[in-house]
Design a protein around this ligand. Structure first.
Ligand code: GLA
Ligand code: ZN
Length: 691
């Protein structure tokens, strides 16, 4: 039975493609465009994202439209069996618009309005801009609704991708005030939520409230947090505006917006709810050295996040670079084999596409040296083009993988609102709050053990997980304490760290001791938090081995049974140094059918490996393979019956892996088992029964 790619309904393949800007070559189209098609087809390319930055070519003068070139491109794609991921052009507005309608230009955080230039440069509240976006999106949808090349919609580009992503103009300020009015209803409620009596900040009129700006207020943490929430809401609202005509005119076409890394300004869990399919742009700093394993783990974390944003539904690797990413501080070229390995990593974590920025390298401007499928050489004679052809061939053998997902029973919390609030707080390590670093320290051992992980935020369901890890869960948003309580009652294991449960969701501290409403579940009270200088450390002995604790040390007390669900927590390890030697460093508390574990300090990697390894055994978490050598990543996808196992060696030397009974090697078509050799940067994908 054929499985159809959930990204584009009628394609039973993993998609292979790129951003394509044929309009840059319009004067040479008779020569260049046919060549593009020949090179795309040879590489097995079946999707191209077009029109991303085409506004000035589609509407060269205000209200003067020209779709003729796009008609030709769409026809050409259809003739060549390639689907268009057709973009709305709002990612960069034309120069005439900046001149004729200056209110479309953003006002920066310093209060100064920008000149025309760059991209991702519009005020999202500007009524004129909004009207023009609706107009051009409607024209695109009407014109191409029945076109055989139309595959899906690429909404704008990297929402928020320039400057600090917000606009501080009068329209946006007014919209912010409306957002707050709706949220709080009264100024009294807002004043209370923001604790405005502090430094005489009580507001008596909504007009007195401005976004956080250096020339004004940056100290009201509740306000800062709401500005982040407002920014997220603004992008969601704008996305809805953009997609309204598309959903109305082409209801069967999916829409996506390409996301980026851990993008600070927008809460992606919220934005992703709006998207039909999640897509993201991946530009790791590959090193072509031993360090690549670490780079791969960081990238794996991101792939897992993007898969988790829509509860495991396959995502799209919308952009990746076939070689040097020219804007990186050191733009390394990719070594032989690296391209296939990096591409397969995305598929291994749940992507149903491998796409690049860009198809043909531009001849001018700032991206003229950015890696591409087709280089300035132009004929596909490059090493990189050869590797892309090889990747296309490999992807063509993975039809069976389409639509499958990753069976994770471990969830790690990465919560944008918590990240904002915790980073804003003035305490402990103001130089570097290290939220995502510390979250990843808990992620890495699972990657090394071959145990799949989902990334969740506080709004996600915890159903189906055996283990929930919530590093630095400073903020407990409304209702999340109840979810954790239920999760542990029903048998789940909850592991958390110091700095858990300090504030509620308007960033007001919990009274009565931390972790606020979860003290009884954790069975302890964190009284103080010590921040350590880089040269200082504590030592924590757990199961006969001493480990280094650094950076943060939480000073806690086990609560008496009557304050802890009827049972005292047991102390598994204590601090060995400083005046708090003897204080609990690791505790475990029976909570309902489940348990709650507390790790008081930031620990060296060896500890996480040992501790989480023991916990994985205790909870009988399934490993894709029992033994995985350092440097090799092992992941899998399944449809519940078959399992597709991906091995990826990130080290610049050979590795041996035991795959036991093995199965069918999807790339060679041969049965494999026992000990297999992976070359430097080698990959292996095989199919076995899922059990
Ligand atoms: C981003 C953008 C692309 C391109 C690439 C270059 O991801 O979306 O348009 O600029 O970066 O790496
Ligand atoms: Zn604005």
């Amino acid at each position: 039975m054929k499985k159809y790619n959930p990204v584009i309904g009628n394609m039973p393949h993993i998609l292979h493609g790129a951003d394509y800007n044929p309009e840059q070559w319009i004067k040479w189209k008779d020569e260049i465009w046919p060549q593009d098609m020949r090179l795309a087809k040879k590489a097995g390319i079946n999707i191209l994202s077009i029109g991303i930055f085409s506004w000035s070519m589609l509407e060269p003068e205000e209200d003067v439209f020209d779709f003729s070139w796009l008609d030709e491109v769409m026809d050409m794609l259809a003739e060549n069996g390639i689907k268009a991921d057709l973009a709305t052009p709002s990612g960069a507005k034309p120069a005439w618009m900046g001149k004729n309608h200056p209110e479309t230009l953003r006002v920066e955080r310093n209060g100064v309005r920008n000149e025309f230039g760059g991209r991702h440069n519009a005020c999202l509240s500007s009524p004129y801009f909004r009207r023009k976006v609706t107009q051009i999106n409607t024209l695109l949808a009407e014109r191409y609704k029945d076109h055989p090349a139309l595959g899906m919609w690429h909404i704008s580009n990297e929402y928020g991708g320039s400057g600090d992503s917000s606009c501080y103009c009068p329209y946006c300020r007014a919209a912010f005030r409306e957002f707050l009015k709706k949220k709080y209803g009264s100024l009294d409620a807002l004043n209370e939520a923001y604790w405005t009596t502090f430094w005489s900040h009580r507001f008596t009129n909504w007009e007195q409230i401005n976004p956080p700006m250096p020339a004004g207020d940056t100290n009201l943490h509740g306000l800062n947090l709401d500005w982040h929430r407002f920014t997220t809401w603004q992008y969601i609202d704008f996305y809805r505006l953009e997609t309204e005509p598309l959903k109305r005119i082409t209801p069967d076409k999916k829409c996506t917006a390409n996301l980026m890394n851990l993008f600070w300004p927008i809460n992606y869990f919220e934005l992703a709810r709006e998207l039909d399919v999640v897509s993201w742009d991946n530009y790791p700093l590959w090193r072509n050295s031993e360090k690549d394993y670490e780079v791969a783990q960081n990238t794996a974390f991101l792939h897992d996040l993007y898969r988790s944003l829509k509860q495991g539904q396959p995502f799209m690797l919308m952009e990746s670079c076939p070689s040097a990413v020219n804007w990186q501080p050191v733009s390394k070229i990719h070594a032989p084999g690296a391209h296939l390995s990096h591409s397969m990593q995305a598929v291994a974590h749940g992507s149903d596409t491998v796409q690049y920025f860009q198809f043909r390298k531009s001849r001018g401007s700032s991206e003229k040296f950015h890696g591409a499928v087709v280089d300035h050489e132009g004929q596909g004679r490059t090493r990189i083009y050869g590797e892309i052809v090889q990747t296309g061939e490999a992807l063509s053998r993975l039809d069976a993988v389409v639509g499958t997902t990753v069976p994770a029973r471990v969830a790690i919390l990465f919560d944008w609102e918590n990240w904002w609030a915790y980073t804003d707080a003035q305490f402990a390590h103001n130089d570097n709050k290290a939220y995502d670093e510390i979250v990843r320290e808990y992620y890495r051992p699972f990657a090394e053990m071959g145990i799949p992980v989902d990334i969740v935020d506080e709004t996600c369901s915890l159903e189906g997980y055996d283990l929930l890890i919530t590093p630095l869960m400073y903020m407990i948003r409304d209702g999340f304490d109840e979810k954790i309580r239920r999760f542990t009652q029903q048998g789940g294991t909850w592991l958390t760290t110091c700095i858990t449960g300090y504030v509620n969701d308007t960033d007001l501290c919990f009274l009565g001791g931390f972790p606020g409403p979860l003290k009884d579940v954790l069975g302890l009270w964190e009284e103080e938090l010590d921040a350590l200088y880089p040269e200082d450390e504590n030592c924590i002995k757990w199961r006969e081995k001493s480990y280094r604790g650094f950076y943060y040390c939480g000073l806690s007390h086990v609560l008496p049974a009557d304050e802890a669900l009827g049972q005292e927590a047991s102390v598994e390890a204590r601090y060995g140094k400083d005046f708090y030697a003897g204080y609990p460093a690791i505790t475990r508390h029976q909570a309902g059918q489940g348990q709650a574990i507390y790790v008081a300090a930031r620990m060296e990697p060896e500890f996480y490996r040992d501790f989480l390894g023991a916990l994985a055994d205790e909870l009988k978490l399934r490993r894709v393979l029992p033994e995985i050598p350092y440097g090799v990543e092992v992941t899998s996808r399944t449809d519940g019956e078959k399992e597709y196992v991906f091995l990826n060696n990130y080290l610049p030397r050979e590795a041996q892996v035991s795959i036991g009974e093995g199965g069918l090697d999807l790339l060679s078509g041969k049965e494999i088992s026992g000990q297999v050799n992976l070359s430097a940067k080698g990959i292996l994908i095989y199919q076995r029964k899922f059990s």
